[in-house]
Write a protein that binds this ligand. Structure first.
Ligand code: HEM
Length: 86
């Protein structure tokens, strides 16, 4: 199997960034629902899971985004400054 091209890698990274961005909206809505449920004294497992599931997705994609600048130098030609050192 061949390595992904630089263009494929960049579009995967941008897809993951957009995914992280949209899941953050879902997470925010879920937190608001949790707060409303808490004040209404309504307790249910599914309300908690509503926030936990997007949070797990945010954690995984966020750690990937965090690691990107440290993984990038492999691709950068000699003599230029890697993003992680700017
Ligand atoms: C759970 C652990 C999380 C980790 C490890 C994480 C990590 C990251 C990282 C490393 C970036 C890229 C920063 C950059 O390149 O400048 C990022 C961007 C972002 N994060 Fe998170 N994040 C997490 C959770 C969240 C949560 C809870 C929210 C909001 C509810 C959120 C919203 C965003 C947004 C809106 C961006 C900008 C996306 C873009 O560039 O369009 N993240 N996050």
């Amino acid at each position: 199997m061949s390595l992904p091209t630089l263009q494929q890698e960049v579009s995967l990274n941008s897809w993951i960034r957009q995914f992280h961005r949209w899941v953050s909206i879902a997470f925010t809505v879920a937190v608001i629902i949790n707060l409303v449920a808490m004040f209404a004294q309504q307790q249910a497992l599914w309300i908690g899971l509503l926030a936990l599931f997007p949070l797990i997705l945010l954690l995984l994609t966020g750690l990937y985004l965090f690691a990107l600048p440290y993984l990038a130098p492999r691709r950068i030609p000699q003599g230029s400054t890697p993003a992680s050192q700017m």
